[in-house]
Design a binder for this molecule. Sequence first.
Ligand code: G4P
Length: 284
Amino acid sequence: MQFQWYPGHMTKAKRQMQEDIKLVDLVIELVDARIPMSSRNPDIDELGKNKARLILLNKADLADERQNQAWMTFFENKGYFVVRMDARSKAQMKPVNGVILDACKEKIERDRRRGIKNRPVRAMVVGIPNVGKSTFINSFAGKACAKTGNKPGVTKGKQWIRLNKNVELLDTPGILWPKFEDQSVGLKLALIGAIKDEILNIDEMSLELIKYLQRDYADALCARYGLDTCDDPVKVLEGIAANRACIKKGGEPDFSKAAALLLDEFRSGTIGRMTLEKPEEYDA
Ligand code: G4P
């Protein structure tokens, strides 16, 4: 899961993606529902132009349901098909097939007009590391994992998973590189655990997380750690340390332990379902 992007990596990933995208009708892009913008690389819009587009708002089980709805509307208004999901849940895969066919309606109709019948829609899954690509492919493909061999005219070595008579999935997902231009993007990726904690020190990260949570989730934060208020991030950390007996030998609060605990409980959804980005921050 850990990764470090260098220009060389990006160029290679991009070139691979360009090649793979040529083979498909539909790009299925996974984003993390807790940070839908920071967990996507907008370069995919250029790479995937002229293709049908489906965004999966993944890890929706960890995100604020009200924000999930708002983000679905946001992306739908931009012309994407959108499904929110917990990719670990096989039960949630059923509607996806219908949405795929809907997203590729134009292509299917074009085929029909040309007299081409029953040519399956081809799709590929893309997303940044750790967003849930493999989990989704496993849940979605289920037992259908029988791979079809190379096809004439298709790059040698490409494996397709035949999901049913209508849909084929490229078996290897495309890895998108995160876009770190804005510092807050790296921070948010670190907060959800998508990149190494070493990028920032853990105490600082927890203070930044508290600042995000103060805004929309103050009550949940206070309730979880028995705090009266959460106006001051340092006091919040102190409060967490006291509440959870994170104490050093001399009786001093162990801030790092409290910070790690907070990050852990945030990432696992234990404090509650929370989203760090809102669509209104991105509406032009
Ligand atoms: P990737 O291929 O995009 O790199 O991601 P991958 O599927 O490996 O998923 C990364 C982690 O995210 C996994 O957890 C996976 O179980 C978890 N995950 C994927 N989709 C969802 C989701 O919708 N909701 C939640 N809550 N978690 C999800 P892990 O801790 O790395 O592995 P494991 O403990 O599950 O084995």
